[in-house]
Design a protein around this ligand. Structure first.
Ligand SMILES: Nc1nc2c(c(=O)[nH]1)N[C@H]1C(S)=C(S)[C@@H](COP(=O)(O)O)O[C@H]1N2
Ligand SMILES: [Mo]
Length: 198
């Protein structure tokens, strides 16, 4: 029997979970900016991105709303490959998306073996509603950390909350520990970080 995290239900469906409409991301003008607390910022074109070596991973996907997909095969570029190019100086990463979405993760999760920029899903190009042409896939954490339509990777010194984290979702989001929502203590520190940034 397949092991899944607590209080998740396996589905064959692939629901679309988006904060708004699917943005159009043009490959011609594509630019993935890697910036922030780094030695040298870079902007990666579609041509650059697709010239990098691709890996294939088979993994599960757990949405915080309770559904899990098991054993999908994704293909893409390791996030560590991209981050190594800029020499990160911070401990956290904000993933930025074309729809205005963002999500924060500790840099060690971005550097892990199976964290990728995914271009293909079960053998086909990633569909636009699922984040095509390219999305982040952080299989160690709940699905909201896997930013669709990724256009920016910001290395940060502080752990600044992203879109859902500002609205009470957990700063890490480990499904095996059921880190769905922030503890009261975390919410207070989020408010303090936001004050300090002003
Ligand atoms: N850019 C962007 N990325 C996003 C979201 C979003 O609204 N915008 N939703 C997140 C949430 S809550 C989940 S569960 C997964 C869902 O991915 P899917 O729509 O491909 O199922 O994408 C995540 N990445
Ligand atoms: Mo989600």
């Amino acid at each position: 029997m397949q092991e899944i995290p607590p209080n998740q239900v396996v589905t064959d469906k692939f629901p679309v979970m988006s904060i708004g409409d699917t943005p159009h991301v043009d490959k011609e003008n594509f630019s993935l900016r890697v910036f922030g607390e780094v030695d040298n910022e870079i902007s990666i074109s579609w041509k650059d991105l697709t010239s990098y070596p691709m890996i294939s991973i088979t993994t599960d996907f757990h949405c915080v709303t309770g559904w899990s997909r098991i054993n999908d095969t994704w293909e893409g570029i390791r996030l560590s490959l991209v981050l190594d190019k800029v020499k990160p100086k911070g401990h956290f990463v904000m993933l930025h998306s074309a729809d205005g979405y963002s999500t924060n993760i500790p840099i060690e999760y971005a550097m892990m073996e199976r964290s990728i920029l995914a271009l293909k899903f079960n053998g086909n190009p990633l569909r636009p509603e699922h984040g095509g042409p390219v999305r982040a896939l952080i299989p160690y954490l709940y699905g909201w950390k896997s930013a669709k339509w990724i256009v920016g990777i910001e290395v940060m010194r502080d752990n600044i909350p992203g879109f859902w984290e500002r609205r009470g979702y957990h700063m890490l989001g480990d499904p095996w520990k059921e880190q769905r929502y922030a503890e009261k203590y975390d919410l207070l520190s989020i408010i303090n970080i936001r004050k300090r940034r002003k």
